[in-house]
Each structure stands twice: as C-alpha cells, then as structure tokens.
Design a binder for this molecule. Structure first.
Ligand SMILES: O=C(CO)[C@@H](O)[C@H](O)COP(=O)(O)O
Length: 215
C-alpha cells in the first residue's frame, strides 16, 4: 500500500487549522516535515518547537527530512520533539561509518532512520549502506524549495533500490520527494516507491481529493 506524506512546506499557514483538518480527514498516513538550515540548502524552515505543535494537530506519523549541514547535532533534538521517522542526507555526512552511527543512535531513541540522496548523487553510494536504514528518500528535485519539476532520473534510482530490497527480502520504505502529482506519483509507484511526498500538489488543490489521487 502506498503511503502519502503531505509536505507542510506548501501548507498555507494562514489556514493552518482548516488545512490540517483536511489532512486529518484524508487518507494520508504520514506528515512530511522539511527542516532547512539556510546552509545545506538555500532556504530556512522549521525547528523542533513547531514539530511539537504539529504533534498536537495530528496523529499521523511525523516524517522529518533534515536538509541541514549537521544532522548529528540536531537529529536527536527532532527525535525528542516527536518524530517517528528522521531522514538525513548522505551528502551531509563524512562517510558511511558516520551514517551508520547516526542511524544506530536514532534507533536507540525509538526513531526509524532514513537516508536521502540529492538528484546529482548516484544511487550506488547507498549499495553498502541501505540495509542500515528503514527508509531511503530519493530526491526528485534539488532540495530547498517546493513547486519544482520532477526529475525523471529518480525513477531509475527507485528501481535499483527496490531490486536490492527485494533480492535481500528486506522491508525497505522507498520514499520520493519533489514534483509529485498524480502522473509522476504513478510512475514512482510503478518503479517501486511506496512513500510519496507531495507539497504543492496536495496543498494547492482539494487536499482529500489530491491525496486520493496519489494512493
Ligand atoms: O523537500 C522538499 C523540497 O526540498 C519537498 O518536501 C517539497 O516540499 C516538495 O514540494 P513539491 O515539489 O511537492 O511542491
């Protein structure tokens, strides 16, 4: 079953309560929370206190995507703030050993760890690493902003990841984020993704219907 994770980057904060009521009435099972530090990506978003507020607004699983230069320092802070899933970037870490150590630390805090790659990063960097994670997030746009166009090179990465997971009999979540709508979402599902993140497509349309069209 496909999990839909609406990205609050595109939420209209002047309509916070009504939009969250619609998310809660929809078939979305997760809520995607983009953390940007103005350094790893050229944009700034939300910290842990806002995540705590969202914890009160929904019972959906909180899916935190750290687009920050120092995930080692801040990932545990978001774990304490209520995240169920925390994904950090391969490109923000020193090496594979570093990635594994943070995944282990997150698991010890009761959080499922995810690792993400940007569009320019080959999926091969994850070959010896993906089994240490519950989730791999394939970015289908350059991280930093909503409303960009889907990069189809994400589809090949998703296909390879799903082949690795199937060959190992592993229960890996493969998430894709950026430019997802009914059409690109279908392509991603067919390639093997089982978590679709969508921001503008969900929050700039009828929320319940947009989520339905992605399922
Ligand atoms: O992480 C990001 C952007 O860096 C995403 O989560 C965006 O929020 C997706 O927005 P859309 O492409 O769906 O508008």
């Amino acid at each position: 079953m496909t999990i839909i994770s609406p990205s609050i980057l595109s939420l209209d904060f002047s309509q916070l309560n009504s939009q969250m009521d619609a998310v809660n009435a929809s078939r979305a099972q997760w809520l995607h929370y983009d953390v940007m530090d103005g350094h790893f990506v050229p944009n700034l978003t939300f910290g842990p206190d806002i995540l705590k507020a969202f914890r009160k607004l929904t019972d959906r699983q909180l899916d935190v995507h750290l687009m920050i230069s120092d995930p080692r320092k801040y990932a545990p802070v978001f774990a304490q703030a209520g995240a169920q899933w925390i994904t950090f970037h391969y490109e923000a870490m020193n090496d594979a050993q570093d990635c594994r150590a943070l995944a282990k630390e997150l698991r010890a805090l009761g959080v499922k760890p995810g690792i993400s790659i940007k569009p320019q990063t080959p999926v091969s960097v994850l070959e010896a690493l993906w089994q240490d994670f519950d989730l791999v997030l394939v970015m289908s746009v350059e991280p930093g902003f909503g409303g960009q166009q889907f990069d189809p090179s994400a589809l090949d990465k998703i296909t390879v990841l799903r082949q690795w997971a199937q060959a190992a009999g592993a229960d890996l979540r493969i998430e894709v984020d950026g430019g997802i709508n009914a059409e690109t979402g279908k392509l991603c599902r067919e390639a093997g993704a089982d978590v679709l993140v969508a921001g503008s497509y969900i929050f700039k349309n009828n929320i319940v219907e947009a989520v339905d069209s992605l399922c």
